[in-house]
Design a protein around this ligand. Structure first.
Ligand code: ARG
Length: 318
């Protein structure tokens, strides 16, 4: 159920499955004993308000020396800015923030949802394991069918599994958080090819910190975050004219941790060079500074989970 408390203003587009049921359900039998099922999932972006955000522990290199250093009022303003910009182009859904779970704001790690199926994360980071139940309840309440996941395979959701709409494949990162076996389970569950990429730089510990599939088959990424075989795999799938390879400076500003909506690419920072390459590719870069969240090792993409919706299924290739 969408949490009303986390909605900063009334005018927000919401994602209320119960309301959808009320308006869409057949009216024929009011005495029906079984309660109506939630409506099928709709296309939206899931966010979690930073009410309880903070840096309370260290589970990635960005968090080192940052315990207690996030300025909450600034974090809230930055998150609100991102939310407002995204809400102009997409429906936004909310999961309730929970005390004691400072990283829950990074909803990319809730799981992976495609169509009406969701896999809930199995966090490698034990500090984040209590989030699993809350995200699971959220997916269930929205009508997703939850695919069972093996107990012993770590998987940190859309932080490490990115749907490439143009190719119908899922790019998967492993090595720091998600396990090497995660891609084959995703392939089985979603019936799409999963391309496994090994991450080798601890600063880029989730795939979405260094890799961003964009519409039209474009790919923005930081090659040095991957081992040689993975770089070759990327280049074999994405032709040179579709690759936007970024340098270390943009990568360290989490330029690849971007959210694309309606041709706009929302990101924490962007060099002039990257800006012009994105423009040449037909995208409009929109800078939304997220310095407080960078201290926890996350930026725009980490703060969102794309819910592609039941209607956007792509036929897998190859
Ligand atoms: N502090 C969080 C963690 O280490 C940041 C998560 C960022 N999320 C992401 N999808 N990259 O888990």
């Amino acid at each position: 159920m969408i949490d009303g408390r986390s909605m900063p203003e009334k005018s927000l587009t919401s994602f209320d499955a119960e309301a959808a049921v009320l308006s869409d359900a057949p009216r024929s039998d009011a005495r029906e004993a079984t309660p109506p099922r939630p409506a099928p999932p709709r296309r939206a972006i899931l966010m979690c308000a930073p009410d309880h955000f903070g840096i309370d522990y260290i589970i990635n290199p960005w968090m080192e020396n940052q315990i207690g250093q996030a300025a909450l009022p600034r974090a809230k303003a930055q998150w609100e800015n991102l939310r407002g910009k995204l809400a102009a182009h997409s429906e936004i859904a909310f999961v309730a923030p929970t005390p004691g779970l400072p990283d829950m704001v990074f909803t990319a790690n809730a799981g992976l949802a495609i169509g009406d199926t969701a896999v809930v994360s199995r966090f490698n980071a034990k500090e984040r394991r209590p989030e699993e139940r809350l995200f699971c309840e959220w997916f269930e309440a929205q009508g997703y069918s939850i695919a069972p996941w093996p107990e012993n395979v770590p998987f940190e959701g859309a932080g490490d599994a990115l749907l490439d709409h143009a190719r119908g494949i899922v790019w998967c990162g492993y090595g720091w958080r998600s396990g090497e076996e995660a891609p084959k389970h995703l392939e089985r569950i979603f019936g799409r090819r999963a391309v496994a990429l090994r991450l080798i730089d601890p600063r880029f510990y989730h795939l979405d910190t260094c890799f961003c599939p964009l519409s039209g088959g474009w790919l923005m990424y930081y090659p040095d975050a991957f081992d040689i075989a993975s770089r070759e795999a990327i280049r074999a799938i994405a032709p040179v004219e579709k690759r936007i390879e970024v340098g270390e400076k943009d990568a360290l500003s989490f330029a690849c941790n971007a959210v694309e909506v309606a041709g706009r690419v929302f990101l924490n920072a962007c060099s002039e060079d990257l800006r012009s390459r994105l423009l040449d590719a037909g995208f409009t870069p929109v800078v939304t500074p997220l310095s407080e969240f960078m201290k926890a090792g996350g930026a725009a993409k980490c703060l969102t989970l794309q819910l592609p919706g039941a209607a956007s299924k792509v036929i897998p290739r190859g």
